[in-house]
Design a protein. Structure first.
Length: 240
């Protein structure tokens, strides 16, 4: 696949299988897609179709069995474990369904965590954390612990933590899956704002068609393959 300067992510003929006992489970099958810089992409599909597996490959949490994942020009599948871990910290923001916040730490300390892996002074960290909490509109709750916050607020802390290293790419696995519809709508509006105002590229796995409708584009996975994609009311086949 020929890279374009506007591609943030290129997934090129990626296959992924897992060994389960003596059985080989083929989860992704020769899958290719591109995500341009600044796109908000939704991935949908039935349970077990391979959405989280694909997201993990794009985020460098796992490696393909064959094929290549390139993010902002870096083919990540060949990086050593140590280099890949540092690459993830600098380049990817992670948002999870159940927030994954540490309950004993304040919102401020939770957001600061990814920065502790980078060579930064305390003053630089403070500036970044305050900026991220400001973006998600939680500056007034920075000293609260997760248990003192609503689900929607906890997810906003999760998004601040994803933003704090200023990554180009944010991956979100069911970010609204644990929220009521009002809180979900606020989180989706925030993701749209990150894309529009900060030009973040976002790849979001979701089961919720309302959440997918807020993305620029939705791709559907079935049994490890992409099927027709939907742009608004129009459906196109074959081009991902
Ligand atoms: N580490 C692993 N070892 C073995 N099998 C795995 C592993 N990770 C995923 N799988 C299998 O790969 C398939 C796809 O899983 P994946 O989590 O990507 O699906 P999904 O589309 O995200 O599903 P859901 O919507 O239920 O979260 C499943 O059959 C799962 O059991």
């Amino acid at each position: 696949m020929v890279a374009s300067p506007t591609d943030c992510v290129i997934v090129d003929h990626v296959a992924k299988s897992f060994r389960r006992g003596s059985e080989e489970v083929h989860v992704l099958d020769e899958l290719s897609l591109r995500v341009p810089e600044g796109e908000f992409l939704a991935l949908m599909g039935p349970s077990g179709s391979g959405k989280t597996t694909l997201l993990n490959l794009i985020a460098g949490l796992d490696r393909p069995t064959s094929g290549e994942v390139t993010v902002r020009g870096e083919p990540i599948s060949r990086l050593s474990e140590g280099k890949l871990a540092l690459w993830r910290t600098r380049n990817i923001g992670f948002v999870f369904q159940f927030y994954h916040l540490l309950p004993v730490l304040s919102a401020y300390r939770n957001v600061e965590l990814p920065l502790l892996l980078l060579p930064m002074t305390a003053a630089q960290r403070r500036q970044q954390v305050e900026m991220a909490l400001n973006i998600v509109n939680l500056s007034d709750r920075m000293h609260h612990r997760p248990g003192q916050l609503s689900g929607g607020q906890q997810q906003r802390v999760g998004i601040a933590r994803a933003l704090v290293t200023d990554p180009a790419l944010i991956v979100a696995d069911e970010p609204t899956g644990d929220l009521d519809s009002k809180a979900a709508e606020e989180i989706l509006a925030l993701l749209v704002a990150l894309k529009s105002s900060l030009n973040k590229t976002i790849v979001m796995v979701t089961h919720d068609p309302k959440a997918a409708a807020r993305a620029d584009r939705t791709l559907h996975l079935e049994k490890g393959k992409l099927v027709d994609e939907v742009y608004g009311a129009h459906t196109f086949s074959g081009v991902h």
